[in-house]
Design a protein around this ligand. Structure first.
Ligand code: PLP
Length: 628
């Protein structure tokens, strides 16, 4: 899954190749070095940037855009297609200001535009596109009210190449009304509900019963109404979206072919058609399998995708003698997934180890138990003497159950219960049946940073970003900071239920040992905006890292700490300033200067800083309450 952007360097660290396969060896970026530099206040203008951390690579974003454009350019040239490709980026995939601004900047040379699906997305797309190419499309999708439509019309007035795509038939009346009121002539598109259906997880919006788009009958009614209103020339774009992660080019070509037929029919009916917008769906190979059978992979490369689209449109238009339309796509996942990496730390690892007990003491431990539990122990010993290991496990289990019952009744004390756990653990280990899977506690919220894992079970590549020249001796699952049993990652790429991991050095990062950094890759699309503040953990810190030809192969060009405790409290309508005041009054009432310990001012200072710090754990024994 890493090619062409990620590999492992000779020191066993993840190497980022910001220009993909065009990256020269000296341009490779050592990811561990980036993490060290980003979290070192010396290099960060005094900013102590905490993990978790999103590292963005704008060079990767640029490479993705250019690769998509050149795949289409090549297909268009080699097939003799008589128009061009002009993509838009659906901002919902990642609305981060710098991601969108980068895409507009990198894409302005080839008229790359934006797609919006809500009013705030439209506002951001309008302002960002002011710095882009004047030909770049601004595609307005999503459910619309009069205000959304007015905004889109105003965008046209501002010389932005805006298209209002009808998702619902009722939107047409609003478009006609508002365009008359504002005296702005709209450019209109229709989203067609195709019959072609993508049956994977991401295809539930496709097909005749899909959530969005117009049926054939509705499209015909739209044409008629536009004609009656003298606005049929405004209809210029046909849009459809089969679903994300389209598994094969066969399904893709089927959908594009069907849409091209509708496009040609609209031409025949008199619309001034110019653009066919094939939606998103260009897939990502999250598991490296290149298999259409996996929901998280696809069986084609970029160039095969582009070739299939161009061929399907060309074939239909040639047969109907229709002028080749501009081909637009709304690829989101394929543009932004690779450009960011989420870095987080494992702070401790637990195996469910129990009290280590010497086998010689077993008879003394069980002596104090009730007769039936002692009977189980005798059966266990006898089975061990006979070498019947399955039977051993059976009696160990019975022994444990009886002890738990007796503990609940009050006839077994806590030391005896722990000792019996120790016996059972010893037996499991001795016969090789103990669970070797450890739980690695990670300084992260799955709900905030990997919501698609929690919500739809989507898998992302997760690996240590260093020590990759050492064989991982352990296997582990990842358990996050939230007080929620769903806050764990126990499924990994390849269908594994645990991850090969290294032993933490010392007692783990937070006890002074070596730190252990993990990376979640290919998560640049959707995860950031979908994430929520469960347990009031906010988003990660973010840095932007560009390839540079200076002494290091990279430069940190922007560093922003994640939301503070105060910020996340505000999300839930709390007012940190008032909260602080309440606590200050309480302190004046209860804490007196002549008390031993810290002075009032120091405690207050510490409290104030708690509101300003991030909610995540800090790898240091010093804290905001240290004497100032
Ligand atoms: N366009 C529309 C209308 C969508 O609904 C979506 C996502 O579901 C996209 C584009 C982006 O799709 P993808 O990220 O698969 O390219």
């Amino acid at each position: 899954w890493g090619a062409p952007y990620f590999g492992v360097n000779s020191t066993g660290n993840i190497a980022v190749r910001p220009h993909g396969s065009a990256t020269l060896p000296h341009q490779e970026i050592d990811l561990l070095k980036v993490v060290k530099k980003a979290s070192d206040p010396k290099f960060n203008g005094g900013l102590d940037l905490q993990l978790p951390l999103i590292i963005r690579f704008p060079d990767v974003l640029k490479n993705r855009l250019e690769s998509l454009q050149s795949a289409f350019d090549f297909a268009i040239q080699s097939q003799g297609y008589e128009s061009h490709y002009q993509g838009v980026y659906p901002v919902k995939c990642n609305q981060d200001r710098f991601v969108v601004e980068d895409i507009v900047k990198f894409g302005s040379g080839f008229r790359f535009g934006l797609e919006a699906g809500s009013k705030p997305e439209l506002l951001l797309a309008m302002s960002c596109l002011c710095k882009g190419s004047s030909e770049a499309l601004l595609v307005c999708n999503g459910f619309k009210d009069a205000e959304y439509i007015s905004l889109a019309l105003v965008a046209r007035k501002l010389a932005l190449n805006t298209v209002i795509v009808l998702e619902q038939e009722e939107e047409l009346d609003l478009v006609i009304d508002m365009s008359r009121k504002l005296a702005i002539r709209p450019v209109i598109g229709v989203r067609a509900k195709l019959r072609t259906k993508h049956s994977g997880h991401f295809g539930s919006t496709s097909g005749e019963k899909g959530k969005f788009g117009l049926t054939t009958t509705q499209i015909l009614r739209v044409v008629k109404k536009l004609e009656q209103s003298g606005m049929l020339d405004c209809l210029q774009l046909l849009h459809f979206h089969i679903g994300s992660q389209i598994p094969t080019t066969v399904l893709l070509a089927d959908g594009v072919g069907e849409a091209a037929q509708i496009y040609c029919e609209l031409v025949r009916l008199g619309a001034s058609m110019k653009v066919i917008d094939i939606g998103g769906g260009l897939g990502i190979d999250y598991d490296g399998s290149k298999s259409a059978d996996s929901d998280i992979s696809v069986s084609y490369e970029l160039d095969e995708y582009a070739a299939a689209v161009v061929q399907a449109v060309r074939f239909v238009c040639n047969r109907k003698s229709v002028k080749h339309p501009v081909i637009c796509s709304e690829s989101g996942r394929a543009i932004v997934s690779h450009h960011s990496i989420l870095i987080f730390e494992a702070v401790s690892a637990s195996s469910y180890s129990s009290l280590a007990v010497n086998p010689l003491s077993f008879p003394y431990i069980v002596e104090g138990l009730a007769e039936d539990a002692r009977g189980d122990y005798r059966n266990l010993s006898a089975a061990a003497d006979r070498g019947e290991y399955e039977t051993c496990l059976l009696y160990a289990d019975k022994l444990k159950q009886k002890c738990v019952e007796q503990f609940k009744e009050g006839s077994v004390d806590i030391e005896q219960l722990a000792a019996v756990d120790g016996i059972c653990d010893f037996v499991s280990k001795a016969i090789g049946a103990s669970d070797p899977i450890r739980t690695y506690h990670v300084n992260l919220s799955v709900f905030t940073s990997i919501p698609d894992f929690w919500g739809i079970g989507q898998l992302f590549p997760i690996i240590p970003i260093h020590r990759l020249d050492q064989r991982p001796e352990m296997r582990g699952i990842l358990s996050d900071l939230t007080c929620d049993s769903d806050g764990k990652i126990d499924k990994f790429i390849g269908g594994e239920s645990s991850l090969p991991l290294h032993e933490l050095e010392g007692d783990g990062g937070f006890s002074g040992g070596g730190r252990y950094y993990l990376g979640m890759f290919l998560g640049g699309a959707y995860e950031e905006a979908l994430g929520a503040v469960h347990n009031l953990f906010g988003g990660p810190s973010v840095v932007r890292v560009s390839q540079s030809d200076g002494p290091h192969s990279f430069a940190v060009t922007r560093a922003v700490p994640g939301p503070s405790c105060g910020d996340v409290l505000r999300v839930m309508q709390h007012e940190p300033e008032l909260m602080f005041e309440t606590l200050r009054h309480r302190m004046e009432e209860f804490v007196h200067e002549d008390d031993h310990g810290m002075a009032n001012a120091s405690l207050l200072n510490g409290l104030a800083r708690s509101f300003h710090n991030m909610p995540y754990l800090v790898a240091s024994s010093s804290c905001c309450f240290d004497a100032v």
